[in-house]
Design a protein around this ligand. Structure first.
Ligand code: ATP
Ligand code: MG
Length: 282
């Protein structure tokens, strides 16, 4: 299969940020090497890969939190970035309201805070204590916090961690809606392969280097993807195929993922024992 060069997925918007031949080394070891990627306005690019494959490292380099030791990173001048890190260095037991969490590092008018909470579906939690939030509510609060800067580029490192199956689908749907509404670009990291596949324009499969990349359809039929994800990848083919039968892959029009039978339970057992003919040409 042809390797898709960075940035030539479905999106045609202006380039927001890109990396070329990016390498990051620590203690004499390359954490990632030879990474090319590009996020355009209005595009969702998702990094997938096993633990330790360099997803967070790559995302941090793209937004300038880690310096490139090889290659280069480019960001459009004045780029506003909203970032939800994989780990937040804060003590969740400290007394802190949601509204205060949103304004800790950047002062914001109350109306803006309310609008951000409204956008992520938790306007009623502005005065709630952060330590009392459920996992899904906390992730929504972090998303609101990232959105408060009216970002051109949203970088979401495992945005649905700790969220239940239904909440996952709702959050991914929300992320798609944010893209539709604001036109921002999104660089996302996720382990939820089949949900990600449905909601993404460009998938980049990492394992220290780029194993494969392209549209979800192209990636799932790539042998490198199948080697990396094994059975999960094979199951993914079957799940994704559901969308090919008469309907376009979902997610791009911001429709309700919960209405999709295969996606209503992202964490549930995907169909297994699908024959090889479930595979399709990318
Ligand atoms: N600051 C650092 N110093 C040294 N090694 C690091 C540093 N940050 C990350 N690493 C190492 O780089 C590799 C990639 O880490 P990274 O966090 O990018 O992986 P990941 O793909 O995000 O994994 P996960 O799915 O577990 O979040 C790992 O082996 C990790 O231990
Ligand atoms: Mg990570």
């Amino acid at each position: 299969m042809r390797e898709t060069p960075p940035g030539d997925g479905a999106a045609t918007g202006a380039v927001l940020a890109s990396a070329r031949d990016l390498g990051i080394a620590r203690n004499g070891r390359w954490l990632v090497q030879g990474i090319d990627l590009c996020v355009r306005r209005g595009e969702i690019v998702t990094l997938i890969g096993p633990n330790g494959s360099g997803k967070s490292t790559t995302a941090k380099a793209v937004i300038g939190l880690m310096k490139a030791d090889a290659g280069s990173v480019w960001r459009t001048p004045g780029l506003r970035i909203g970032y939800v890190p994989q780990k937040l260095a804060m003590d969740r037991t400290l007394p802190l309201t949601v509204a205060r969490l949103l304004t800790l590092t950047h002062r914001q008018p109350r109306a803006a805070v309310h609008a951000a909470l409204e956008a992520v579906g938790i306007p009623h939690l502005a005065n709630a204590q952060v330590h009392g939030l459920s996992g899904g509510e906390f992730q929504r609060a972090l998303l609101a916090r990232a959105m408060l800067r009216d970002p051109d580029l949203l970088v979401l490192d495992e945005p649905v961690q700790g969220v239940d199956v239904q909440g996952e689908a709702a959050l991914y749907s929300l992320i798609s809606q944010i893209r539709e509404r604001t036109g921002c670009g999104i660089l996302m990291i996720s382990h939820d392969l089949h949900v990600v596949m449905a909601a993404t324009d460009t998938v980049i499969c990492l394992n220290g280097r780029v194993s494969c990349r392209g549209t979800p359809q192209a990636v799932i039929s790539n042998p490198a993807y199948q080697r990396l994800f094994g059975r999960t990848g094979a199951d993914m083919l079957a799940v994704y195929r559901h969308h090919e039968d008469g309907t376009a892959p979902c997610g791009h029009a911001g429709h309700d993922h919960q209405a999709e039978p295969d996606e209503a339970a992202p964490g549930s057992q995907a169909p297994t024992n699908r024959p090889a003919e479930a595979r399709h040409a990318g």
